[in-house]
Design a protein around this ligand. Structure first.
Ligand code: ATP
Ligand code: MG
Length: 286
C-alpha cells in the first residue's frame, strides 16, 4: 500500500502589511506518494519556492504560516527551530537552482560533506569519509578522492549540482525538494541531472518535489503534476491528464506556450528508462 510522504493541507502563508496583508499561499493542498516525483509548475511569483520553503520550515519573517505540512507523518508547521533542524536532512532536504550559494567557498567538498554526515549520523571521521565517498558514487561522481579534496570553484556546474544532491541525500531524507535544480546548467548536463533524479526515485525509492518552469522536463521526469497560480494549486493530475487535457485556463495557456509538450510525445517513462540513455545513467561526472 502506498503512503503519502508529503501531505500539505490548507497551507496559507501571509505577510502582514501596514495597509493590508499579502496572502502568498492560499489554501495549498498537495500530496506526494512514496517514491513518486511530483512536478510543481507555475508562472514566476506564483508561490512555488514559498511552498518549498514552508516544507523546510524556512518561511521568512514576519510571515504567518497556517495549515498543515506532514512529511512522512510528521508535522512541520508550528515546530521549534531545534525540531526543524532535526527534520531538515533527516526527513526533508533541498537542492537549489544556484548551488554555489549553498556551498562554503572556503571549505573543500570533503569537509562540507563529512561535516553534514557527522552532524546527522553522529559517526566518526572515517565512517563519514566512507559515507561521503559512497554518496558521491551514488550521484555518479566515481572519482571521489579527487572531488572530496576540491573547493567548490574547482568543479563544473554539473559536478557541483551532483555534489549538492549528494549533500542533500547524505542524511537519507524521505523527501527531496529540487527547486529548479537544472536551470543554470547547459542542456546536456541538465539531461544527466534529470536522469540521475529519475534513477534515485525509481531505484532508491526517493520521493521528489520537483519545481520547474519546464514542461518538457516535467513530461519526461514526473509521475504527477500540480499547477500553481497566484498562490493556489489550480490543478493536479497525472502528467498525461494535465498535458493532454488541461482543465484550468492557466494550465491551458502554459501548455500552449510549450508546443513540443503535446499529445503523443514519447517520454522515457514509457520506455522504463531515462531518455538520456544508459550511457548517461552509468556515465561519470560531467
Ligand atoms: N521574503 C518575502 N517577503 C515578502 N514577499 C515575498 C518574500 N519572498 C517571496 N515573496 C513573494 O511571494 C510570492 C511567491 O514567490 P515565490 O518565490 O514562491 O515564487 P515562485 O513561484 O518560486 O517564482 P519563480 O518561478 O520566479 O521562482 C511572490 O509574489 C514574491 O514576491
Ligand atoms: Mg522560485
Amino acid at each position: 500500500m502506498t503512503r503519502s510522504i508529503l501531505d500539505i493541507t490548507g497551507l496559507d502563508v501571509t505577510f502582514p502589511g501596514l495597509v493590508r496583508d499579502t496572502r502568498i499561499l492560499r489554501g495549498v493542498d498537495l500530496q506526494i506518494q512514496a517514491g513518486q516525483i511530483l512536478g510543481l509548475v507555475g508562472e514566476s511569483g506564483s508561490g512555488k519556492s514559498m511552498t518549498a520553503s514552508a516544507c523546510l520550515g524556512m518561511v521568512p519573517e514576519p510571515a504567518v504560516v497556517s495549515g498543515s505540512i506532514l512529511i512522512d507523518g510528521e508535522e512541520v508547521v508550528g515546530r521549534s527551530d531545534a525540531e526543524l533542524n532535526k527534520m531538515r536532512g533527516g526527513q526533508v532536504a533541498m537542492v537549489f537552482q544556484n548551488p554555489m550559494r549553498s556551498l562554503n567557498p572556503f571549505f573543500t567538498i570533503g569537509q562540507q560533506l563529512t561535516e553534514i554526515i557527522r552532524r546527522h549520523r553522529s559517526c566518526g571521521k572515517q565512517e563519514a569519509i566512507a559515507a561521503a565517498t559512497e554518496g558521491l558514487r551514488s550521484v555518479q561522481l566515481p572519482d571521489s578522492n579527487v572531488i572530496l579534496c576540491r573547493y567548490p570553484h574547482q568543479l563544473s556546474g554539473g559536478q557541483i549540482q551532483r555534489v549538492m544532491i549528494a549533500l542533500a541525500l547524505a542524511c537519507r531524507p524521505k523527501l527531496l525538494i529540487a527547486d529548479e535544480p537544472t536551470t543554470a546548467l547547459d542542456v546536456t548536463v541538465q539531461a544527466q541531472i534529470i536522469s540521475l533524479l529519475y534513477r534515485l526515485a525509481k531505484e532508491a525509492g526517493l520521493t521528489i518535489l520537483f519545481i520547474t518552469h519546464d514542461l518538457g522536463v516535467v513530461s519526461q521526469l514526473c509521475d504527477r503534476v500540480a499547477v500553481m497560480y497566484e498562490g493556489e494549486i489550480v490543478e493536479t493530475g497525472s502528467v498525461s491528464d494535465i498535458i493532454d487535457n488541461p482543465q484550468h485556463a492557466y494550465s491551458k495557456r502554459l501548455i500552449e506556450a510549450f508546443p513540443a509538450v503535446g499529445r503523443g510525445q514519447q517520454t522515457f517513462k514509457a520506455q522504463g528508462k531515462p531518455a538520456c540513455g544508459p550511457s548517461i545513467i552509468m556515465g561519470g561526472a560531467s
